[in-house]
Design a binder for this molecule. Structure first.
Ligand code: CP
Length: 323
């Protein structure tokens, strides 16, 4: 694998390679020096055509921990404001000797288009999708998987740990690239995956994602069936920036029906854990107190895991190894 654009065709062996490699980098990050020379001399360019806090910073930190040189691009302060195209921007970074391009864009398919252009040019540049429109966010789903698996077995995180676990994904699934990538990864395990959202945010076509996968996928237009006996609950932000006004529910009503609160968690297993990819709208998809409660919330752990997982992705792609 030369690029990481989607998890749709990731194999179980690839998931386990990423999980085990991330675990070894987690160990590196616990040391005093925190740095390895693995990607010395390589250039990682973060090309972010859409805002980001977590993904951009953790890819940058991951690249620096691997001793790569990093370039950071944000479209608002770039020559795109003077009319330069996306492909010309990518070729400009190529001409500076970029080895790995990490790309975020508000339109689905932009990382794929850049990867195709690099392949057409016959250059050895890898493209990592850092979130494209409503399509996919592979590194987020992999860090979610790593967070869950390391909780179950810190020394040996692996897919099979999720066999027979019940995982709920709750919220704006329609507009969520995080949900789509997580559906691919979590149905690759033997887990039961339950999606819950109002009907406007969870069309029936999502049932197709679960076909012919080892895990079972269930759709719910009420919250309770998804929460009953769940081991993990992942909440998602209402993505107002991708919604027409007539789709946006009343935030108060939404919180009452689908917001995750301490009292609703009583339906779940007693040691249930809550995840959220961030950024969070406090008091909408999750109550503020629950978000900050380390007994239930894995939100900060997800952010921490993101650095080790992105080190693993950069290493596996940058060293020419199949991810
Ligand atoms: N989870 C995530 O993609 O967050 P950012 O938009 O801050 O990168």
């Amino acid at each position: 694998r030369h690029h990481i654009l989607s998890l749709a065709d990731f194999t179980p062996a690839e998931y386990d390679t990423v999980l085990q490699t991330a675990a070894s980098f987690q160990e590196v990050l616990s040391r005093r020096t925190k740095k390895v020379p693995t990607l010395q001399g390589q250039v990682v360019a973060n090309l972010f055509f859409e805002p980001s806090t977590r993904t951009r910073s953790s890819f940058e930190l991951a690249a620096k921990r691997l001793s790569a040189d990093t370039l950071n691009f944000a479209s608002a302060t770039s020559s795109m404001t003077k009319g330069e195209t996306i492909l010309d921007t990518a070729k400009t970074y190529l001409a500076m000797g970029t080895d790995i391009m990490v790309i975020r864009h508000k339109e689905a398919g932009v990382p794929n288009a850049i990867a195709e252009e690099m392949d057409r040019l016959g250059v050895k540049v890898s493209v990592l999708n850092a979130g494209d429109g409503q399509h996919e966010h592979p590194s987020q789903a992999l860090l979610d998987l790593f967070t869950i698996c390391t909780l179950l077995d810190p020394d040996h995180p692996r897919l099979e740990l999720l066999k027979d676990k019940k995982i709920a994904i709750v919220g704006d699934i329609l507009h969520s690239r995080v949900a789509r990538s997580n559906i691919w990864s979590l149905t690759a395990t033997g887990a039961e995956l339950h999606l819950a959202a109002p009907p406007t945010l969870l069309p029936k076509l999502f049932a197709d994602y679960g076909k012919d996968r080892p895990g079972k996928l269930f759709l719910h237009w009420q919250l309770e069936p998804a929460l009953i006996d769940a081991d993990f609950v992942m909440t998602l932000r209402l993505q107002k920036e991708r919604m027409s006004a007539n789709l946006l529910p009343s935030l108060r009503e939404y919180h009452q029906m689908f917001g995750i609160t301490r009292s609703k968690l009583q339906l779940c297993k007693p040691n249930v854990k809550v995840l959220h990819p961030g950024p969070v709208n406090r008091g909408v998809e999750i109550s503020s107190d629950l978000m900050d409660d380390p007994e239930f919330s894995l939100i900060q752990t997800q952010v921490t895991s993101g650095v080790a997982v992105r080190m693993a992705l950069l290493y596996l792609i940058g060293s020419g190894k199949v991810a």
